[in-house]
Design a protein around this ligand. Sequence first.
Ligand code: XIL
Length: 469
Amino acid sequence: MRRLRSRPRTPRALLAALAGALCLYGLGTAAPAQGAAADTPAPATAAASLNQLAQAHGKFVGSAAATSHFSDTQYTGILGSEFGQVTAENEMKWDTVEPSRGQFNYGPGDRIVDFAQQNGQSVRGHTLVWHSQLPGWVSGLPSGEVRTAMENHVTQVAGRYAGDIAAWDVVNEPFNEDGTFRTSPFYNAMGRDFVAHALRAAKAADPNAKLCINDYNIEGVNAKSTAMYNLVRDLKAQGVPIDCVGIQGHLAIQYGFPSDLRQNMQRFADLGVDVAITELDVRMQLPVSAQKEATQSQYYANVIDACLAVTRCTGVTVWGFPDKYSWVPGVFDGEGSATLWNDSYQPKQAYNAVAEALGGDPGPGPGPGPGDGCDASYAVPQEWNGGFTAAVTVSCDGDSLSGWSVSWGYAAGQRLTNAWNATCQQSGTRVTCTNAPHNGNVPDGGAVTFGFNGTWTGTNPTPATLTLG
Ligand code: XIL
C-alpha cells in the first residue's frame, strides 16, 4: 500500500502549493483533517500561533513530533496549529529506518511527513549519521565496510525523502565536551572525514535540502562549540556542502543561561551558514516553584531574543510537548517541567514568554475604545467537498480593542466544527467567537486572525454581515 521506493511527486507539490497559499492567510497551520471531531470545543490557544508570530520576523517555530502520540487529538491539535516545522523525534533515526542492513522502514517517517504536509508545515530531517539509536549491525561491521554502509544509508534515506525535507541533521553530535571527536563507528573507520563523506552523499541524494551538523552544549562559546566552528570553517574551505549548524538547546535552569548564545550564533553565521535552535527545552529540578518557572520563562525568551537578533538564525524548534511527553523525566533523574505546555495542555508561563518575545500579547493595551475604527472580515482560504477552513481577521485603524467578539449568521446551513485562536459557539445559524485569552488586544493599526473548520452542503456563501462587539 505505502509508497515503495519513490514517493509520488505531483500530489505533494499540489499540497505544498495549497499550504503556501494558506500561509498567506496566516493559516498555514490549519488542520482540516487532524481528527478534531465535530462538536469538540477547540482548546483556547494564544494570540496568533507561535509560528505565525515568528513568521512576522521571517523565522519559524517548530516542534519535535512523535507518531506515538498521534492518537491524542489535543496533541495533534497543538502540533498542527502552533508550529511551522516539525522534526521527527525518533522516526527517522537509523535504528528505525534501517534496522537491518539494506532493510528500510519508512512507515513512521512517512507519517511525520504526511502530518506536516497536511498542516502546511516543513520537516526537519533528524538524523542520518549519529552514534546513538544506531542498530547493532552498524557497530558490528568491519571497519572497512562502514563508509559504504554509511554512504548507502545517507543516499537511500535522503533520496527517499528528497523534496520533503527542508533541512537535514546529516551528522548529529560528533563532538565530545572537550572538542575532540567522539568515538563512533564512523569516526573510528574514517576519522573526521566521515563528516565530509556524509555531507557529500546527502548533497547528491537531495540537492535542495539544507545540510546541517547538530550538537548539544554548543549554545555558548566553549571548547565544543569552537570545535564545531572550526569544523564548519574547514568544511567550507574544502568546498564540502554544509549549510547550517543546529544548536540543540537542551537547557537546565540550574546550570545558568549561556549568555553568549547570540554571539556564538553570530560567529557561525559569519562563516556563511545558517543556524537554528533545534531541540529547545528548559528543564528544572522538581518540584516546580513559581520562581523556577519565572527563570525558565526567561530562558525561553532569551533564546527567542537571540534568534531574532541573528539574521541567519532561521528558527527555533522545541523538543516536544506537553511536559508528560517530554524525554526529560526519563533521562534526567528528578528533573522535568521542561516544555511550554503542562500535562493538561495548558500553555505555561514559558509559553507566554515565548509569544511575547516574538512580539505577541502586547500586554495592557490603551484601554477599551468604542471600536469605531475596527472591523472584521471573513475569508475562506480552503474549501473541499463538504468542508472548509475559514479565517476571520479583526483589524483596527484609528481605534483599538481590548477584548472582542465577532458574530454572524450562516445562510446555507454551514456548521462550525473547531476553531483556533478564538472560542466559538454556534447556536442554530448564529456563530459567536470571542478572543482567546492572549489575543484580545488589537492595537491601532494592528490585526488578529482566528480560524476554524466547518462543514457545508450545497453552497457555502460568505456571511453577509459580521458584527464586531
Ligand atoms: C531523544 C528522544 O527525545 C527520545 O524519545 C529518545 O528516546 C532518545 O532521543 N539529542 C538528539 C535527539 O539529537 O535525537 C534526542 O532525542 C535528544 C538529544
